[in-house]
Structure formats: C-alpha cells, structure tokens
Design a protein around this ligand. Structure first.
Ligand SMILES: Nc1nc2c(ncn2[C@@H]2O[C@H](COP(=O)(O)OP(=O)(O)OP(=O)(O)O)[C@@H](O)[C@H]2O)c(=O)[nH]1
Ligand SMILES: [Mg+2]
Length: 197
C-alpha cells in the first residue's frame, strides 16, 4: 500500500498566476463548504493541522496546494455556501473554470456528505467533470455519523444521483480513518497511471 512519508503545504493560489503544473499527479479535492475537504486531506496526510479545518463554512478562498511526496493535493474552495454573495460565487466559478482549463488535475476527489443526497451543486460539479473528461472518485464524508446499514443505502443513493458506479463511491470518516486504505489504493493507481503515461 502507498505510504505517505511527506506532507507539506506548498502555497495558496487566488488565480492562474498561482496554479501549479507538475510532473507529479495533481489530485483536486472538491465539495461544498463544510463537507470535510480539509479534514479529509489531514486524514490522508496523517496530520492534524496540515489543512485548516474550520467550523465556520466558506473559509477557504484559495486553491491550497499540498505536496504529499509522490503526488500533489489541491484543496479547492468550497461551493454552495448560502451566505456568499453573487459576486463572490461568480468569482469562484471563474477561478474553477480557469483552474480546470490552465492546469487540469489528473483526478478529482469529489466530496459529498454521506448523510444527505448530493446537492444540486454536487451534481453540477460531477457533470462538469464528465464534460471535461476528468476522472473522479466520489468521497462520501462523515461516515461516523451513520450506521452501517444507513451508509450502504446512502452510498448507493449517492452513486445513482451522481451517475457513477457504487464502486466509485468511497465511504470515509476523517474521525475514525474509515476509507483511508481504500483511498490510498486509488491514489496508488493514479500515480502509476501518470508514471506510465
Ligand atoms: N463527525 C465528523 N465531522 C467531520 C468529518 N470531517 C469533517 N468534519 C467536521 O466538519 C467541519 C468542516 O470540516 P472542514 O474539513 O473544515 O470542511 P471543508 O470542506 O474543508 O470546509 P471549507 O474549507 O469551508 O470549504 C468541521 O467542524 C470538521 O470537524 C468527519 O469525518 N466526521
Ligand atoms: Mg477547507
């Protein structure tokens, strides 16, 4: 299994002048505000405070890059936060369009909360990824909040709404570490795909 031996913050980018191009695979982490993107990154890195976790949604405004040794993670700003102004939302959309045009990631972990059906914004995100032909895995977060029976139902519902296979939904909890091994196995495949291309 892939071992992560390094985890370093690289930088935060507000626009294309800061986007990173690398020989290493770049995996972007997307999802609505508060879904658990930063916590998920910390779980992968095995660090408590690499990416800033906040109780206050809509905090992450930049694309924050992390060097995890054999790959790079890009923590995307969260979408769907109701209190954000229309101007701010338009800025977010433009930045994301730019990110995917200038430095398309090798893979996206599209996070959604296992307790709810994917939101319209979640659906937009994965539709966008299909349209851009960017491979993605759905990460259902906060699994510690549901029972096993509920989780299995929820993962199937998420796969149906986002039009992917059940096997493309990984159930995770940054609190218990559930799904970590499965995610690392996926990352290992992403790395070997990149190295053999
Ligand atoms: N129970 C539980 N809580 C979680 C989990 N992951 C994240 N949280 C909580 O959810 C809240 C938001 O977590 P973040 O990791 O900051 O979410 P984010 O998606 O990075 O949010 P933004 O950066 O604002 O877009 C925090 O209060 C976390 O403690 C999880 O697996 N289980
Ligand atoms: Mg965050």
């Amino acid at each position: 299994m892939l071992k992560i031996t390094k985890a370093e913050y690289i930088c935060g980018a507000a626009d294309r002048s800061g986007f990173i191009i690398s020989a290493k695979p770049i995996i972007a982490v997307s999802g609505r505000s508060n879904v658990g993107k930063s916590s998920f990154i910390n779980m992968l890195a095995g660090r408590k405070k690499l990416a800033r976790v906040s109780k206050d949604p809509g905090r992450t405004r930049l694309i924050n890059y992390f060097d995890l040794g054999e790959f790079i993670l890009a923590d995307l700003p969260g979408y769907g936060y109701a209190k954000v102004s229309a101007a701010e939302k338009a800025k977010w959309a433009a930045m994301l369009e730019d990110f995917f045009a200038v430095s398309p990631p090798d893979h996206v972990f599209a996070l959604c909360d296992c307790r709810h059906n994917p939101t319209a914004d979640d659906v937009n995100m994965t539709e966008f990824l299909y349209y851009k032909v960017i491979p993605f895995t759905v990460i259902a977060t906060k699994a510690d909040k549901l029972s096993r029976a509920q989780l299995s139902k929820s993962a199937q519902a998420i796969a149906t709404v986002l039009k992917c296979g059940r096997a493309d939904v990984v159930v995770t909890s940054s609190q218990t570490g559930q799904g970590l091994e499965q995610t690392l196995n996926i990352i290992e495949k992403i790395i070997s795909l990149k190295n053999n291309s």
